[in-house]
Design a protein around this ligand. Structure first.
Ligand code: ACO
Length: 427
């Protein structure tokens, strides 16, 4: 680490202060202002943390100018095209891709850990009919803390790994149960003969007794292309540096709360439409637009400063160029168009929105490009998944990122309870 400093002058007193500059292995350096209050008697002010690095991290890197995303140094495009979601999970948790043997062990372990306690069925059952899956999921994950309350020794590596693998394995089951509850249909238990992603599709689609839908051509099997599409979606969502939900997870964990309660808080933070909830809103918006001929009018609304309407799936705090995850999903959408019989009306609306927005001065000036949530809905719809489940799919993909970030936080001796200050303007 170099010893360069940045000097700040207080024009009121002419006092000067030096702060250390810390260099990153990739991306911008940071100014260490941890002693700022002690030295100057003032706080710093940064609403929404637009210029603040809240931690040191080795997990995920984003270059917002170049539109680049890496997990543990590996480019997202390489992972999405050539590696499975479970390999990506292993990479995030362990810092390297698994060998064939390690992957097999990891896969089998997750299959066997995918069951949830029977009493959780009652909890889910107690929700009102048509409850939103995100609400059930946040509660279900919070309840898991009561079943695994012993997992609080974060200094024990094995205990941490067990805690992480358990939540990654159980999230799809809780999500599928939440989905079926929201549809008023009976729960389907995990099938350990199936891979992580196929099992999730199975738990959503199967009929009681584990039977699949019957058609005139026989049993309707889950297609490999469907498994690959959803697996890629999970990979693209697996982590994203210090976003709002990850920061929530770290903040809750900073108080010493149980890791699963912290993950539950992350699920709640993700639900908002400025964050992961945007994927559900994008689809609602496209359905509201209804036809290509109505797109222009909605674009005008999005540009009107007096109208609260925002184009969902557009814009990002960090990406000032194309979101690489969106690029990968658009490619996937084009590849799957015929094979999965994607809804051409929705795709036409999406293409028209994209075409106008990418050429319109309002969007260009503000660096507003489609984000990951803009493209996922059309693919999820083609997989037969209902709109309220879209953000829960995001949760399944992101859980590994949250838990990896939480473990990093716990293992960092410089971590502190999250406790910002304020600029008081009251009486
Ligand atoms: N439609 C229209 N205008 C927009 C949009 C949009 N989607 N997003 C931002 N703008 C405008 C703002 O009105 C503002 O304009 P102004 O400078 O004239 O006031 C300018 O662009 C900057 O916007 P901010 O809200 O300051 O940008 P911020 O970085 O705080 O917000 C966010 C980023 C929340 C993603 C925002 O772009 C947004 O609300 N997008 C729509 C929701 C969405 O798609 N969220 C998913 C993000 S990806 C994810 O979380 C997985």
């Amino acid at each position: 680490m170099n010893k360069d400093t940045i000097t700040m002058t207080n024009n009121r007193t002419n006092e000067q202060y030096d702060f250390n500059i810390l260099d990153a292995t990739r991306g911008p350096s940071v100014v260490d202002i941890s002693s700022f209050y002690k030295e100057t008697g003032m706080f710093t002010y940064d609403v929404g943390y637009t210029s603040t690095a809240s931690c040191k991290s080795n997990i995920t890197f984003i270059d917002g100018e170049k539109g680049e995303l890496r997990y543990r140094g590996m480019l997202i495009e390489e992972l999405a095209e050539n590696h499975s979601y479970l390999e990506t999970c292993y990479l995030l948790l362990n810092g390297h891709l698994p060998t064939t043997e390690q992957l097999l062990d990891f896969d089998l372990e997750l299959r066997h850990r995918s069951f949830i306690d029977e009493s959780l069925h009652h909890l889910i059952d107690a929700f009102p009919d048509a409850a939103h899956p995100m609400s059930i999921l946040a509660s279900g994950v919070s309840a898991l803390a009561s079943f695994y309350y012993e997992h609080l020794n974060m200094k024990d590596e094995q205990e941490c790994q067990d805690m992480a693998r358990r939540i990654i394995a159980k999230i799809p089951t809780l999500a599928a149960f939440a989905y079926r509850k929201s549809l008023g249909i009976p729960f389907i238990y995990p099938n350990i003969d199936l891979s992580f992603t196929e099992n999730f599709l199975y738990m959503m689609r199967a009929y009681p007794g584990g039977k699949m839908k019957r058609t005139a051509n026989g049993e309707e099997k889950i297609k490999p292309i469907e498994i690959k599409a959803l697996d890629t979606i999970f990979t693209l969502h697996a982590d994203h540096e210090q976003n709002a939900s990850t920061t929530t997870v770290r903040n809750v964990a900073s108080t010493g709360a149980h890791p699963y309660v912290a993950i539950s808080a992350g699920i709640s933070a993700l639900w908002g439409r400025a964050h992961g909830g945007a994927n559900e809103s994008v689809m609602a918006q496209m359905e509201m637009i209804g036809d290509v001929k109505n797109v222009d009018a909605f674009i005008e609304r999005a540009k009107d400063p007096n109208d609260e309407f925002r184009l969902m799936g557009f814009g990002h705090r960090v990406y000032k160029n194309f979101d690489p995850r969106a690029k990968a999903l658009k490619k996937l959408q084009d590849q799957l168009k015929d094979e999965l019989n994607l809804d051409s009306k929705l795709m036409d609306i999406a293409h028209r929105i994209e075409e106008i927005a990418l050429n319109d001065e309002y969007f260009i000036k503000r660096n507003l490009y489609p984000n990951i949530d803009f493209y996922s809905g059309v693919i999820l719809t083609a997989l037969g998944i209902k709109r309220p489940m879209f953000t829960a799919i995001f949760v399944i993909g992101r859980t590994v990122g949250w838990i990896t970030q939480l473990m990093e936080f716990k293992n960092d001796s410089s971590s502190k309870i999250a406790r910002p200050r304020q600029l008081y303007l009251g009486s």
